[in-house]
Design a protein around this ligand. Sequence first.
Ligand SMILES: Nc1ncnc2c1ncn2[C@@H]1O[C@H](COP(=O)(O)OP(=O)(O)OP(=O)(O)O)[C@@H](O)[C@H]1O
Ligand SMILES: [Mg+2]
Length: 408
Amino acid sequence: MTRDVLLAVEPSWDAPLAATLSRVPGLRVVRRCVDLPDLLGAAEAGLGELAVVSAGLRDLDRECVVGLQEAGLQVVGVHSPADEGAERRLAQWGVSATCSVEDPLPRWEEVVAGLGAAPGPTPEEGAAVDGPAGGRLDPLPEPTGRVVAVWGPPGAPGRTTVAVELAALLARRSETMLVDADTHAPGLGQHLALLEEASGLIAAVRASEEGRLDAPALAGCARRVGERLRVLTGIGRADRWPEVRAGALEDVLGMARRLVDLVVVDLASPVEDDEVLAYDTRAPRRNAAALTVLGAADLVVVVGGADAVALQRLIRSTDVLDPVLAGTPQVLVLNRTRRTAAREPELQETAERHLGRRADLLLPEDRAVVDRALLAGRPVVEEAPRSALARRLGDLVGLVDTRATMGA
Ligand SMILES: Nc1ncnc2c1ncn2[C@@H]1O[C@H](COP(=O)(O)OP(=O)(O)OP(=O)(O)O)[C@@H](O)[C@H]1O
Ligand SMILES: [Mg+2]
């Protein structure tokens, strides 16, 4: 079987590598690409079966490696002999194997024979690909942490408020990370008075894209706001959403599961995936962040408002949400309940009739207490622990435990 090779490396490596590869039995170099677009175009056109890329190829990142694999190519990464960082980065991007640019012909023969027909490792498994001198890079700790996504329909029903309160409560007993993954209207930093410009999420996804995301690196991107609570602040300016690519966010969540026991993620409302109809299927998608988190979540807390408009939005949203969740356990919260809008039995009756289930938790409207907490930049459960709102919020932890069997 002869495999067609697309070679895309820095210019000084091109000629020697082309010469070596053309001597490997079963390989035929069909294209020496001048740059990344050339490589992606050739892959898209079905010209190759194996891509040999170098870590230093301009703009090469995880998304490109995944794109090549999705186009049906296996990917081998090449790095300088002693550049362990580049080797690790390639491995984390999920290439099938790595070689040094100075490796002799027998090593290439061995690598190509080992490729078989198997697809490349997933990016997470990639971290255990062969390390320097044929050794193994350090294995990662087990991803035992759970992900709780907080979602709700449009109209600001209180997703961020609930996410902040839930994370603060969980952090009383477990290592917790609160992540702002809202790619439409990020605002979590405001709730906790974390107002500086730097975005923790963007730093983390960038570290992932560059293949240097490990548990200490993720911890470095987050702000510690309590003994057991870390916060990954959001994208800051909404127009930075294209920087949050799905693959990198998935990687960040995977690493967060390794760093903490519970990961609470605040999301934007839109989950429609109609952007996939776009011509350029590798273009970033704004709703991909919410879809990625919902797809990865162990539990979803759905937050709806408690008046006629908010309830209707909640009911309509389930058509879009249900296929995305595909059976993931949920906790339903109706927030900002007030007698002037609807009494609690009426709310439950509406939920039962239109959603087929009662709300698990009703949270009262309390503007004064919420404003006080916002001004202090602290959760309500800490700022006003004896308020009716804080007492009801306390029930959230038990619900989360039961639904996702998270243990105490
Ligand atoms: N129970 C409550 N009582 C009074 N005010 C509340 C309550 N819950 C949330 N709020 C207020 O409602 C507003 C919207 O809340 P929040 O930011 O949590 O909503 P969201 O769903 O995250 O909205 P966005 O679409 O902006 O992300 C905020 O001013 C918040 O302080
Ligand atoms: Mg919000």
